[in-house]
Design a protein. Structure first.
Length: 420
């Protein structure tokens, strides 16, 4: 076991032999250089993992070559690795594990299966899966999880954020959670840096879109039209197609359950999934209440208005869900997935194409504030647990005072103008 003082001059004098030769540094135990018969040279560290001792097999780990690392840089790298060993680490084992590391797709799958499904609400787990499937997997899914760096994630965040800033933030937070889970459960080495950590998220402005009285009237007209004669298709007559529908067939009917869901969203201020997941067993017709076992804020009691009760009392009961899905009454019945298609048709006919389905909930709160109701009661109806959440409607509550001011000032102005 030759021991030399490793430096530029000493390694230049080393000649290849018939067998590979190991030369150890006289100053740093465990650090050395290997010379093969072909003349190839590589730096290495050698150590006994764990508590060490003669009974523990030595491990040797290549850390570079003289072409990539000077003797000084190689010694610094060796010192860092040997310091990890003294603290109980095993650099060679961690490197081997990293090479066998799962792909990003693998750690996303594990996060959904081991964390999201057992610990999150079904809607939250579904939303995570959407972020992963639509945004993360197509770009990073095939890569080794340990090869992804912060720059990769930052680039993905910017790309998504060009059109969907909020979605970009949510997707990166979800990816960060998946990496933390993988590191915590040993799927990837503990020394792996989470590439999604420290990404500066986009500023998010709270969306404030409320339906006006005129828009509510147009929405009601479109719902009635869609339920009865159907909504007409807008056809570009300048473009002819042999497969185009006949004029008498250019209508889209809105089924009564989709129409009922939209009305219930308006009349209750509930969230979309609270209505689509609503079971008949959760409706107390006698007291006019909904008892939701799960919502975004936990268990929730919804006080129903007369219009909401009228819808529930006249809606045919098919299966266990109020908004009957295609699988209604079947053994594997599951709630309706969304209202995307009917809602797009309704809002287009109403001329409110910038309105999201969640804006119906905001409109419920805004109408309450505009009618002079106190924010605490509005918060209770919406199921808010934090007063700050309801405070977003506070500026709307100025409307009643403004109407009063207009009335008073108007009368004074009339008097000053001789009654004109």
């Amino acid at each position: 076991m030759p021991i030399i003082k490793i430096g530029r001059r000493s390694i230049a004098k080393l000649e290849p032999g018939e067998k590979p030769a190991l030369y150890y540094d006289e100053d740093l135990a465990g650090f050395g250089i290997k010379v093969t018969p072909s003349g190839a040279r590589s730096w290495f560290v050698e150590y006994r993992p764990g508590e060490g001792g003669r009974g523990v097999t030595k491990r040797r780990m290549v850390i570079g070559t003289p072409a990539t690392l000077t003797p000084e840089k190689a010694r610094e790298a060796a010192e860092r690795l040997l310091a990890q060993v003294k603290l109980g680490g095993d650099p060679a084992a961690e490197r081997a594990k990293a090479r066998r590391a799962d792909t990003v797709n693998d750690i996303l799958d594990a996060y959904i299966k081991e964390h999201a499904v057992p610990h999150l609400k079904e809607s939250s787990a579904d939303l995570l899966a959407i972020y992963f499937d639509k945004h993360i997997r197509p770009v990073l899914g095939h890569k080794k999880s340990t090869s992804v760096v912060k720059a990769d994630v930052a680039s993905l965040h910017r790309t998504i954020g060009r059109t969907q800033a909020v979605t970009a933030n949510r997707a990166i937070v979800a990816l960060k959670g998946a990496y933390n889970h993988a590191i915590e459960h040993g799927s990837i080495p503990e020394t792996t840096k989470n590439p999604a950590a420290g990404i500066k998220l986009f500023e998010e402005e709270p969306r404030e879109r409320y339906l006006t009285e005129e828009e509510l009237q147009r929405l009601g007209d479109a719902l009635r039209e869609g339920e009865t004669v159907g909504l007409p298709h807008v056809v570009d007559e300048t473009k002819q197609s042999k497969h185009a529908r006949k004029p008498e067939n250019r209508f889209t009917k809105i089924d009564q359950y989709a129409a009922a869901a939209i009305r219930l969203l308006l009349f209750t201020g509930c969230r979309l999934r609270e209505i689509l997941n609503l079971r008949w067993s959760e409706y107390d017709a006698g007291r006019g209440l909904l008892f939701l076992p799960t919502s975004k804020t936990g268990r929730k009691t919804v006080v129903l208005s007369a219009p909401a009760i009228a819808i529930l009392d006249t809606l045919p009961r098919i299966g266990g869900y109020v908004i009957a899905p295609e699988s209604a009454g079947q053994k594997n019945e599951h709630p309706r997935h969304d209202l995307n298609r009917p809602w797009r048709a309704i809002r287009k006919r109403s001329g409110i194409e910038d309105v999201h389905i969640h804006d119906l909930r905001h409109s419920f709160g805004a109408v309450g504030a505009g009618s002079g109701l106190g924010l605490p009661i509005i918060g209770r109806l919406l199921g808010h647990t934090q007063a700050a959440t309801t405070a977003r409607y506070s500026h709307v509550a100025i409307d009643p005072a403004k109407r009063a001011a207009d009335l008073i000032a108007g009368q004074i102005a009339d008097a000053m103008n001789g009654g004109k």
